[in-house]
Design a protein around this ligand. Structure first.
Ligand code: ZN
Ligand code: ZN
Ligand code: ZN
Ligand code: ZN
Ligand code: ZN
Ligand code: ZN
Length: 512
């Protein structure tokens, strides 16, 4: 058991209402080892969760060093110059093992195909040759600097500089710049480029090479956050993406899917995310209509705008309290939350009886889309809550004797809240494609539990602060934050395990 679980249990131990939740929790994560001796605690902490993957974050310097190491390694093994080893590696998209294997089988063919002629006696340099005439510019000045690649095609320095600058600056080319002679497929090596172009262009060339190093490498991906320059290494192959959602986190704090580069979309697998986004785009008219940010009060019909992440709405005019998702009266929501998160199969059957099938499938889609869009919208509003929270934290410091550190729990709560909204959002895309079997009930239960906990935390965070109740509020927020986090973990763990065990059936082909 982790620290969080312990805190969670401790804080709920004396509350009768929540005893059931604690037992639920035990069912899912802790069914065999109930003894809390020290080794168990350590073992549980070290054990990787099914929804987590290993990854390493690399800086640009790290990326450059990795490349150099690989080049040096291959250069030593194959006994060729570094610039040629680099060209070969790029040709093989940095698959070192395959390069070495193929090279051992037939080095001539490998070198030919990659555009490399090895001549270890030769180092690229500019020299003056009496009587030389450049084939491109026809210059025959006796002081002309000239250079030939391993293919022997010789040109003047001006032509090299002009050609390479054009390729690098205008065309963004780096790893496949060919010799200037027509029909020659020898690649201009790194050393030659360095000699021939000015400092700025060379820097640009290195940047482009670094970019292709990451782009070409199956196990590397740039962090997609704007102007972030880190790359992530993760060894989950593309072929595993139907059974795992490899969420990684950059040092810039951006969380995204290593498989597709999209922001974290656990528990939905990449292919479902792609299908879902496309579907939402295609049905954008309806979706736009649905996601309109205002609704009518069920009683007095005045227009109500949502201004916080919480679903508990109160009409300003008539004080009617209702649920933003289902529009039902809020008073009924204490016990009947399932009305809001579960697509009621009976309702759907009734709907089909009355209406055409296409209408029913649209309604089914809208059911899931509504909830998906609602969490997205709420998460946006919750982010605005950050600003409000900052103010609240200052307020708390002034009205109580809590220090700045001690009020950080509010920020942490908002972090968890936003993260859970993202998870919930994607549970609806997942659920939309899920085929009903005896496993789906567990999923829906987990979804409902998380959703309920999230709404409670959301409501708690929007409460105005009363000076005399700060200690109480802090405890409530702390408890709820831990609880919400643990519900999210339970849901993600179960869906991830289900994916690995092929326990879920989908209504669409996930292999295509
Ligand atoms: Zn020339
Ligand atoms: Zn050539
Ligand atoms: Zn980043
Ligand atoms: Zn993905
Ligand atoms: Zn009203
Ligand atoms: Zn509702």
């Amino acid at each position: 058991m982790s620290d969080e679980d312990l805190t969670f249990e401790d804080s709920y131990r004396d509350s009768d209402e929540d005893v059931e939740d604690v037992e639920d929790e035990d069912d899912y994560v802790d069914d065999d080892d109930t003894d809390l001796n020290f080794t168990d605690v350590v073992a549980e902490k070290d054990r990787k969760k099914n929804y987590e993957v290993d990854f390493i974050v690399h800086s640009i310097e790290g990326i450059v060093k990795n490349q150099d190491d690989e080049v040096t390694h291959v250069s030593n093994i194959l006994g060729i110059q570094k610039q040629h080893a680099a060209t070969l590696l790029r040709h093989f998209r940095w698959n070192k093992e395959r390069l070495i294997e193929r090279y051992m089988e037939d080095s001539t063919e490998v070198l030919n195909k990659a555009g490399v002629i090895t001549d270890n006696a030769r180092t690229p340099k500019f020299i003056k040759i009496p009587g030389f005439i450049c084939d491109i510019c026809c210059d025959d000045d006796k002081d002309l600097d000239t250079l030939a690649l391993s293919c022997g095609h010789r040109f003047c320095k001006n032509c090299y500089e002009h050609y390479l600058t054009q390729k690098i600056k205008e065309e963004g080319e780096s790893r496949r710049i060919l010799c200037m002679a027509s029909k020659c497929n020898v690649i201009v090596d790194e050393k030659t480029v360095e000699l021939a172009v000015n400092k700025d262009i060379h820097e640009r060339y290195r940047t482009l090479l670094n970019r292709t190093y990451v782009d070409d490498n199956e196990y590397l991906r740039w962090c997609p956050a704007p102007s972030c320059e880190y790359a992530i290494e993760c060894h989950v192959p593309q072929t595993s993406l139907t059974s795992i959602v490899p969420t990684v986190e950059c040092v810039c704090t951006h969380r995204f899917c290593f498989g597709c580069g999209f922001p974290d979309h656990q528990p939905s697998i990449c292919v479902l995310v792609k299908k879902w986004i496309k579907k939402c785009e295609d049905d954008s008219e309806t979706a736009n209509w649905i996601s309109a940010h205002t609704k009518e009060c069920g009683k007095c019909h005045s227009t109500i705008e949502k201004n916080g992440g919480c679903n508990h709405m109160t009409c300003r005019k008539c004080k009617y309290e209702f649920c933003w998702v289902c529009m039902g009266p809020w008073s009924e929501h204490g016990t009947s939350w399932y009305n809001c998160n579960r697509y009621d199969e009976k309702t759907s059957i009734d709907a089909r009886d009355q209406q055409a099938k296409s209408r029913a499938s649209l309604e089914r889609y809208l059911h899931y889309y509504n909830r998906f869009a609602n969490h997205e919208q709420s998460a946006k509003l919750d982010r605005e809550l950050y600003n409000k929270t900052e103010k609240k934290m200052e307020e708390m410091q002034q009205t109580s004797d809590l220090s700045w550190i001690e009020v950080q729990f509010l920020k942490k709560a908002v972090d968890i809240l936003v993260q859970c909204r993202m998870t919930l959002k994607w549970t609806y895309a997942f659920a939309f494609y899920l085929a009903r079997n005896n496993q789906t009930d567990i999923f829906e239960d987990n979804q409902r539990d998380l959703e309920m906990a999230v709404e409670q935390l959301s409501e708690l965070l929007e409460k105005p602060i009363e000076a005399e109740k700060i200690a109480e509020l802090k405890q409530q927020v702390l408890d709820k934050t831990v609880y919400v986090g643990s519900r999210r973990e339970v849901l993600l763990e179960d869906t991830a395990k289900g994916l690995l065990e092929s326990r879920w059936e989908f209504q669409v082909d996930i292999k295509s």
